[in-house]
Ligand binder design. Structure first.
Ligand code: ADP
Length: 206
């Protein structure tokens, strides 16, 4: 795997200054620690750098990607997707809010009467509806949802890396995992989210 310019700059800094903290690397590159986080994760997963808590980063420089990285690179969405909260387009906004609390989730996928995907709602959509001032027990979720086809979806057989890229480029928290029917309509079979991918990172590390 080719390192990008910034990753190469990080490696050079670590080689010269090891052990060095993430904060110090960020300072030398005049970037925020947050901006460097994903590069540092990639370099540690690739086995180029090693991180010791409270000490900092060391250069180890393995040219072969680590086993963890290979595992991650080949993983498919179906292997880690979660169970989605699905609601009906005629359900009231009030009922969907209650369901979101009961299921402890961040949003829901909205289905039509035949069980196909027609939209989705996130926390922000529900907050927006709530400050609108109407009667939330009478307002159907179908009125406020982000509507199909303006929805970014992912297929079960897509790579986790591709799905993660969609989350980042579209700036959303979750994607419906879908299975297309013969008529082009989509059945929801799962959910892919930032929480799920964060959990995967921890599991791989363990
Ligand atoms: P939050 O509301 O917590 O910021 P998101 O960033 O996921 O959560 O949602 C922001 C906006 O993007 C909302 O209007 C939501 O309906 C929409 N949205 C969320 N997920 C998707 C998706 N997969 N495809 C298209 N739009 C989405």
């Amino acid at each position: 795997m080719q390192l990008n310019q910034r990753q190469k700059a990080i490696v050079d800094i670590v080689k010269e200054n090891e052990p060095i903290t993430g904060e110090k690397i960020a300072e030398l590159l005049q970037l925020t620690r947050a901006a460097l986080r994903s590069d540092l994760v990639v370099l540690t997963m690739l086995g180029v750098l090693d991180a010791k808590p409270k000490v900092g980063y060391f250069y180890i420089g393995h040219s072969e990607p680590s086993q963890e990285y290979n595992l991650f690179k080949e993983m498919h969405v179906s292997q880690i997707m979660g169970v989605p909260l699905t609601v009906h387009q005629n359900d009231s906004v009030h009922d969907v809010i209650v369901q979101i609390f009961m299921e402890d989730t961040g949003g829901g996928f909205v289905l039509d009467q035949d069980g196909y995907l027609v939209g989705l709602v996130s926390r922000k959509d529900l907050l927006k509806a709530s400050i609108g001032g109407g009667d939330l027990t009478k307002l159907p979720i179908g009125v406020i949802m982000t509507r199909f086809p303006n929805i970014t979806t992912v297929l079960e057989e897509e790579l986790v890396l591709e799905a993660a890229e969609k989350l980042v480029t579209r700036q959303v928290d979750s994607l419906p995992v879908v299975r297309p029917g013969k008529d082009g309509r989509l059945k929801v079979v799962g959910k892919f989210s930032k929480t799920i991918i964060t959990r995967l990172f921890l599991e791989i590390k363990e």
